[in-house]
Structures are given as C-alpha cells and as structure tokens.
Design a protein around this ligand. Structure first.
Ligand code: C2E
Ligand code: MG
Ligand code: MG
Length: 741
C-alpha cells in the first residue's frame, strides 16, 4: 500500500501542555514528505493525529505509509524527496527495521533522508555504532511519541534534511557551473557563447527555456546598438534584432537598466550583468517565477564570476578572428576570408577577379602614407557600391582587391567601369586605373588558392600585355611561367655547380684572314648533356637578378683565357664580352671591369664590350656616363646586332663607341640584298667606326662583305664557337700555318 494522507483535522490524542505553536506558512504546495513504516495500523493513524496541522520550517507535512519493510523499500526507491522515515524497528522480523536502514543507506545510497527509529520495547534499541554508521537521527520508544516530542524530533530531522539537501544542491549547482564553463570555454563566437549561457542558465535554475534573453553588443569597431544575442522560448524571435524590438517593455527596461547600471539584480525577474571589457557588457534576463533562495543567489554570483571571464575570452577570440579575417584599413574581408569564399561559394561559372591599382607605390611614395590609405578606402567604397552582395569583395594585398561573383556581375566591362570616373579623396580628385586578371572557375580551380593563383598570373600577363586593362587567365601562359621557373631554378644550380662555361668564336680580319680576337659566348650543358641556348636562359637570368653575379663570372672567365691566347701571339688579341643591359646598369659595373683587368693583368685596349642596340638607345643620358667611364678605362665598345634596333643616326654619332657589328640576318640575305650591309659600312666609315660582320657561313657571303669594305668577320665559315682548349689548338694551327707560308 502506498498511500499519502494529508494531516487529519480530528485530534484523537489528548495533548499535554507541551503543545507547539502551529506555524503558518505562505507556501501551500511545499510539504515535507514523511514516510511512516510500521506493521501496526494504529501507529499510522496516531502519528497523523499527533501531528495534525503542524508546520515545520514553513511547510506542512505529507504522510506516506508502509506496513512492512519490503513495502517501504519500494516506496523509498520511487520517491526521491522523502524527508523523514518514522521507522518501526521490529516488524516482520526482529531486524526488519535495521535491515531497511542498511538498504536505504547502502543499496539505495540515500543519505539525505532522515531516520527516526521507534520501538515498542526499549530492549530493541540499536547499538550506538549502528546509530552512527547508518546516520540514524533519533531513537524513541512508541510511548514517547506525544505530539510535542514527535514535533521536536521531526523538526530536528527536517532541519537536518534540509541542510543536507541544500549543500547537495549547492554541490550540484557548482558542478553544473563548472561543466557549463568547460562547455562554454570551447565556444569561440560571442553569439554562440551567449546561446550557451542561455542554455546553461535554464539548466542551472531548472527553468523552462522560456523567458530568457541575453543582450549586449558584439565585437565591432563601431558603437553598435544593443542586440538580442541569444534568447529562449518566446524571446527567440528577437535574436539578432535590436533590444528595442522586444514587445515586453518591462523586460527591455530591466535589460537597459542592468546594462547602464552595470549591476545584477537578483530576485523576481532576475537580470544578470556580465562585465566585458571592450564592450558595454552583456545582460541576461531570466523570468524566474518563484522566489530565489540563498543558494540560488550564491550560485548566480558564482555563475556570473565564471561566465564573465568566458565572455571576456570569447570577445578576445572574436577580436583576434576579426583581425585575422578582415582588413583594418578598408574594413573589407581580407585574403584569408576571400580564399574561404572561393572554397565555399564558387561554382563552375563563377569568376574570380584580381584588381591591381596601377602605380599605387608612386601614390604612396610621392604623397604620404595616410593619403594612400584614403585612396584604398575610396576604391573599396566604390567597389562595394558597384559590386553589392552576393558578389564577394575583399582586399587581397596592399593595392589589390578580389571579386568573386557571377560572370554577369564580374567581367571586364563592370570592372573597368569602376575606374572610369575620378575618385574624390579629401579635396583632391584623382584619376586611377587598374590592371585586372580574371579566372572563370573551372573544376580544378575551385580550390580557392588555385583560383587566386591563376588570377595573379592573369594580372601579371595583363601588366605585360595590356596595362590598365582586364585579361582572362590563359592556362598556356601559366604552363610557360611554370617552365620558366623550373628552368631558372636549374640555372641557379648549374651556376653554383660549375655546369656553365664560356666558349670563344674567333674574329677574323678580312684584310689578311688572321685571327684578331674572339667573342666570349656562354654555354649551359645540363646533366643530361643537352645544351640550352643562351637566348633562352639569359633573359631568365636577367629577370631574376642572377645575371649580375653571372656577368661578373663571365668577365673573369674571359680574361683568364685572354691571357693564355695573348701569350700565343705578339699581335694584340681582342677579347669581346657580351654585356647584358641589367649588368651594364649596375652601379659598380665599371669598377668590376677595372678590378678584373687588374687581377688578370690585361691590356684594357684588348678588351671590348658588346652592347645590344636597344641598351644603347634606351636611355642615352643614364648610360652615357658609364660608357664614358668604360672608354676612360681604355676598353672599347661595339654595338651588337646592329641594324635590328631603331637607333637613329644622331644617337649613334653621340655614343663613344668603336665598332658596329652587322647583324647576321643581313649577312644571311646579303646575296639577294646587300643594301643594308652597305649602308651600315658607309655609316661606320663616316663616323669613323670599325665594322664586323656576324654569321658569315659561306665563301660568297665572305667575298661580298669583304668587297663592301667591312673590316672583320665572324661566322661558321671560319669557326664555330670553341672551348678554351679547342680555341688554343685552332689559334696555334693558324699561327703555324702563317709562319709556314
Ligand atoms: P650574339 O652576341 O650576337 O652572338 C652571336 C651568336 O651568333 C652566337 O649565338 C653565335 O654562336 C652565333 N653565330 C656565330 N656565327 C654564326 C653563324 O655563322 N651562323 C649562325 N647561324 N649563328 C652564328 P649564341 O652563342 O647562341 O648566342 C646567342 C646570343 O646570346 C648572343 O648573340 C648574345 O646576345 C647572347 N649571349 C651569348 N653569350 C652571352 C654572354 O656571355 N653574356 C650575355 N649577356 N649574352 C650572351
Ligand atoms: Mg655578341
Ligand atoms: Mg650578335
């Protein structure tokens, strides 16, 4: 039987003067559950009567009844909040009562329930050890159960029960706060953190997910309005909206008050304040219907302290994330974000564009840096206007912006339109242009980095081919770029591993057919034995800066051999070196040349540098000074591949040069058309310059150029370029042949 009886109104007992005062309570529902366990029915009714109308600690009593130990077991197992057990020691057996006590404490692990033992005979009193071990509150003989004695005994037991429950609740509360903090510590966005706080608060106070709202301002550079960051139940519809949109104005008022006063108010309609630096703090309103007791109040305070640092951390993390994903100057997403956009949003038809502002470094260096920042902000604002969402916009680098969108939105026409009007920066109106590279996302470039890389290649292509224009990415160019890069890396290692060497091609006097000197030509033989022509790798060396150290090495290698060749003859032996424009423009070029002349003890009059026509006319003023210094050294200068460039007579006449090298293309065609060769030779004569014809391959060509009055020649007819050793042999043979004549 499992019956509960509210206290009876009839009083069958005669009570003594010890009558306690009946305590009135404000709480009607809350009752202490008392389980009476006794095999005598009378004891049940007597107990109820004795305690009729009694209030203990502000609550009335609710009796439950069991008539055997086994019945009691199941009632206790099913009812979690029994405060006191009024237990008969002797029931179905002599030890039935004490066995039940053991069961409650050991098996059911119920340590909060208080136990008052009762027995008919004093002889059945339990041992002191048992009372201590099983935490028995009181022991009474049934004759002692007067109303007052029972009341006193129960009051003591209930107080003790209450204390145990309170400390248990505090322990559990603290445990959930700690767990909440651990859970929350993993969250990185303030919004999610606020969500977590709502959930944890609901759990902590065992309230329905109703009537809970969390407001504050998310991390931002600007001063934002207070927002509903997270909410539960009927407030959920306001998440993300301004606090003022909440219809219950009392709640709005309480939240504002809390945020402005920066103080929590705990009570009905509890409003908690979490101070967070860098923001105005966060307030959480909980619509707690019941009164908050002391434990809850303490728990809330502990919760606030714990959660405060959590909010602090998430704000910080969010700030770091903001710095990592946004550009400070323009406020636009940065390169990291842009790669994410491509990864998540690009489809096969999307276009990725990279817009590079032309001459931005000039704007920065001529005007001050803050003006440069203003220019970037103005461009960012114009781009935002012209490319609204869903097109994505980001600042990718110092003067580059990225766009991701459909082909309709992002195309050369829309991009060029951005720069058609001048930009207003402060009081200045500034005209800007930009060079852009576009990529249509195909499957393989859906990976953000690839699409971005290809658009960079397109920008580079555009810069070379069509400055201030938009160019679509051309995969062939990208392959060529990769090959060039590979070749450059191989060239670097070839240079460091001595797989580069110089060869020499003789200059022949067309008057007496004697060797008068040689041109130094660079060779690169790869590991596989293949020769890479200098026309292919020298431009690479020039672009990469490798040409400067390489050029110095060529000069020294040439001089080393010149000494040997010179020793073979008493006539002057001229060594010619091709000098790249990159090398020639180095400030220490003349010094390098002079040092090498000294080092190898060479007569500078036997040294000639070959410059291509384009170097000579490119920037006459800047090279003139170097040319003069070269001449002062005693070194002569010849203009290589003459006739292929656009040098005007007036320029050539001003240069302190010695010789014109007639380009081999004119010699090749000389039998059909000798007019240009003729013209060059005449010009040279007028300017008092020497001439040398390149690429003489046949006797006929030799004859013709000789007839035209050219002084020297070079070409396969005489010899191909030779290694130093082979050249020595060749030279020795000729000297031998002459001396034999
Ligand atoms: P370049 O200075 O005009 O050199 C003459 C080129 O014509 C050499 O080609 C040479 O082998 C080639 N040649 C000579 N005689 C004949 C001939 O009868 N028929 C034909 N078809 N070709 C002939 P190479 O060695 O391939 O060099 C090509 C270019 O590479 C050179 O043109 C020069 O501009 C550059 N170069 C070569 N070595 C160096 C160097 O050490 N430094 C620099 N800066 N440039 C170099
Ligand atoms: Mg040359
Ligand atoms: Mg040449």
């Amino acid at each position: 039987m499992n019956t509960t009886t509210k206290e009876s109104t009839s009083d069958l007992f005669v009570f003594t003067a010890e009558d306690p005062k009946e305590v009135q309570s404000t709480s009607i529902d809350a009752q202490w559950k008392i389980l009476v366990v006794d095999d005598e029915k009378d004891v049940h009714s007597t107990t109820i009567l004795a305690l009729r109308g009694v209030f203990i600690e502000g609550r009335s009593l609710c009796f439950m009844h069991a008539y055997s130990a086994s019945e009691a077991k199941s009632i206790i197992a099913d009812t979690s909040d029994i405060a006191v057990l009024l237990l008969d020691v002797v029931m179905e057996s002599e030890s039935a009562g004490l066995d039940l006590v053991k069961h409650v404490r050991k098996e059911l692990n119920r340590n909060d329930v208080r136990i008052v033992l009762r027995t008919g005979q004093p002889g059945y009193a339990p041992e002191v050890d048992t009372i201590r071990d099983y935490d028995i509150n009181d022991y009474k003989t049934k004759s002692e159960l007067t109303r007052t004695r029972l009341f006193t005994s129960l009051t003591v037991a209930i107080r003790s029960y209450r204390q145990i429950r309170q400390s248990e609740a505090t322990r559990r509360g603290l445990e959930s706060i700690i767990n909440a903090s651990i859970d929350l510590s993993r969250i990185q966005s303030v919004k999610n953190f606020a969500d977590g706080v709502v959930t944890q608060l609901c759990a902590l106070f065992d309230v329905e997910s109703e009537g809970l709202v969390c407001a504050g301002n998310q991390y931002s550079n600007k001063e934002p309005p207070f927002l509903v960051m997270a909410a539960a139940g009927r407030y959920a519809q306001f998440i993300g909206k301004s606090l003022d949109t909440i219809t219950d104005k009392e709640v709005v008022h309480r939240l504002y008050e809390t945020l402005n006063l920066k103080k929590s108010t705990i009570g009905k309609g509890t409003c908690l304040y979490f101070p967070v630096s860098d923001s105005k703090g966060i307030a959480a309103y909980i619509d707690l219907s019941s009164k908050i007791d002391e434990i809850d109040r303490q728990l809330i305070e502990i919760f606030i302290t714990n959660i405060k640092s959590g909010f602090e951390n998430t704000y910080l993390q969010q700030k770091i994330a903001t710095l990592a994903y946004f550009d400070r100057i323009s406020g636009l997403p940065n390169r990291n974000s842009f790669i994410d956009f491509i990864k998540k949003e690009a489809t096969e038809c999307s276009v990725v564009a990279q817009i590079d502002i032309d001459n931005f470094s000039d704007i920065n260096s001529i005007l001050d840096l803050s003006f440069g920042d203003d220019v970037l902000r103005a461009v960012a604002a114009r781009l935002l206007d012209n490319f609204p969402p869903p097109t994505r916009l980001a600042r990718l680098g110092s003067d580059t912006f990225g766009l991701l969108g459909s082909q309709d939105a992002v195309n050369p026409h829309t991009i060029e339109a951005v720069f058609s009007d001048p930009f207003l920066i402060g009081e200045h109106s500034l005209r800007l242009s930009a060079t852009s590279g576009l990529v249509v996302c195909s499957n393989e470039s859906l990976n953000g980095i690839n699409a971005l890389k290809n658009s960079s290649v397109a920008v580079k292509q555009a810069k070379q081919l069509a400055r201030s224009k938009c160019i679509f990415f051309d995969p062939a160019q990208s392959i060529a770029a990769k090959e060039r890069l590979l070749m450059l890396s191989n060239l670097r290692s070839a240079f460091s591993c001595d797989r580069l060497f110089v060869v020499f091609q003789p200059f022949i006097s067309l008057k007496n057919n004697q060797i008068v000197g040689a041109e130094t030509l660079l060779r690169w033989k790869t590991d596989s034995g293949k020769f890479i022509p200098p026309n292919r790798f020298i431009p690479l060396a020039e672009e990469s800066g490798l040409m400067v150290p390489l050029g110095k090495w060529i000069i020294r290698s040439a001089f080393r051999e010149q000494r040997k060749f010179q020793m073979m003859t008493s006539d002057p032996f001229r060594i010619a070196i091709n000098v790249s424009h990159v090398q020639f423009r180095e400030p220490d070029f003349v010094e390098t040349l002079a040092k090498a002349i000294l080092e190898f003890d060479i007569d500078p009059n036997n040294v000639e540098i070959e410059l291509t026509e384009s170097v000579a006319i490119d920037n006459l003023i800047s090279i003139m000074e170097t040319l003069k210094q070269v001449r002062i050294l005693g070194v002569s200068i010849s203009i290589d591949d003459f006739g292929t460039g656009y040098s005007s007579l007036s320029i050539i006449s001003k240069l302190p040069i010695h010789r014109l090298k007639i380009d081999q293309s004119f010699i090749r065609n000389i039998e059909t058309d000798s007019s240009i060769s003729k013209l060059i030779i005449q010009l040279a004569k007028e300017l008092n310059l020497e001439t040398i014809a390149e690429g003489i391959e046949s006797e006929a060509q030799y004859k013709m150029i000789q007839d035209l009055g050219c002084t020297e020649g070079q070409g396969y007819l005489f010899s191909r370029p030779l290694t130093a050793d082979a050249f020595e042999d060749y030279f020795a043979n000729q000297i031998h042949a002459i001396s034999a004549q």
